[in-house]
Design a protein around this ligand. Structure first.
Ligand SMILES: [Zn+2]
Ligand SMILES: [Zn+2]
Length: 348
């Protein structure tokens, strides 16, 4: 089968290769990968700025169809349309696995980083990680479930949006635009979103269509002043960071109303120095959220099926696997909401 392999450490070293179709163990299924989104971390692995163990097939935001089933697998059939949590290798019997939070299992080896991922025609998956795709959800839409579940675990699970909350979302990437729709569904009041120059052309327009009251270009105006202005000096009840940028995080903390909540999802590459006294005096709460849990996957599939999350714009950039270079270039440009590769299609 064709697969996009990071062959060795260092920038680049990414190539389309012919590799054997993976064999499955008794508790696994083999799926044909029908769609796989390019994530920011795929770009970082390409550039060697994110952890991975080569050689490895990259890609982790996928959907597919079951083609083969291990002898110990029950409840799944050939032909089932599925997505899978990224927690490959999780043990199944530790405290975290038993409570649906396999992302914290110490045995986990995520696909696309530490085990073979889904920019490939086929992938082998532990059956315990599968979720069924509702009939009215397309394969391309289902490939959005992974980033959507990260957003849902953070803002609905950890930070608990309350109806009427004033929310600021830091960053305008795909997870931000999904977060925006989730907080709207949860009844948020004013919702503001910050971004940069590259976000202005496409992403801000979609943010407004998805319910943002205001998009703030943080490299042009002072984002703290802009938030205070838009909230009549009150500030936000909840700030969600998806930018992973230390200056954005620091300014985000200053956007909070007293007794506010800050939900940290983005992964900064440098340390963040917190204004500790200010946080104590205002009795702020900081939540950290990592990856996604079982309930978030089911919730997101249900929301997609009931058309509560709009996918307009997310499906505009689709490429066959042979055109992966063009796909990665489009993703690097940073304007698209999402770039999707269709691994079953290797030729036009
Ligand atoms: Zn991702
Ligand atoms: Zn475990």
């Amino acid at each position: 089968m064709k697969a996009l392999v990071k062959t060795a450490k260092g920038p680049g070293n990414l190539m389309l290769k012919d590799v054997p179709i993976p064999s499955i163990s008794e508790n696994e299924v083999l799926i044909s990968v029908e769609a796989c989104g390019i994530c920011g971390t795929d770009l970082k692995i390409e550039q060697d700025t994110f952890a991975y163990i080569p050689p490895v097939i990259i890609g982790h935001e996928f959907s597919g169809i079951i083609q083969d089933i291990g002898p110990a697998v029950e409840n799944w059939n050939i032909g089932d349309r599925v997505v899978a949590e990224q927690h490959f290798g999780s043990c199944g019997y530790c405290e975290f696995c038993l409570t649906g939070r396999r992302q914290f299992c110490s045995k986990k080896r995520s696909p696309g980083y530490y085990s073979d991922g889904a920019f490939a025609e086929y992938i082998a998956i532990p059956a315990s990680l599968l979720h069924s795709i509702p009939e009215n959800v397309s394969m391309q839409e289902a490939a959005l479930i992974e980033p959507m579940a990260i957003a849902a675990s953070a803002v609905l699970g950890k930070a608990g949006v309350v109806p009427g909350d004033t929310v600021v979302i830091l960053g305008a990437g795909p997870i931000s635009l999904l977060t925006l729709q989730l907080v709207r569904q949860a009844g948020a009041g004013t919702v503001l979103l910050t971004g940069l120059e590259a976000d202005k052309k496409v992403r801000f327009g979609y943010a407004e269509a998805f319910g943002a009251d205001l998009c703030i270009q943080a490299d042009v105006v002072d984002p703290i002043l802009a938030v205070m202005d838009a909230t009549k000096g009150r500030g936000a009840d909840l700030v969600v960071d998806l930018s992973g940028s230390p200056p954005a995080i620091i300014s985000g903390l200053s956007m909070l109303h007293k007794n506010g909540r800050f939900c940290a999802v983005g992964l900064p590459q440098n340390p963040v120095t917190l204004p500790w006294a200010e946080l104590v005096l205002k009795a702020q709460t900081i939540f950290f959220s990592y990856s996604s849990d079982y309930p978030a996957w089911e919730l997101c599939l249900s929301l997609l099926s009931r058309k509560k999350i709009l996918t307009n714009g997310f499906l505009d950039n689709q490429f066959i696997l042979n055109d992966w270079k063009q796909a990665f270039q489009t993703a690097h440009a940073g304007e698209a909401l999402k770039v999707i590769i269709l691994p079953q299609k290797t030729k036009e």
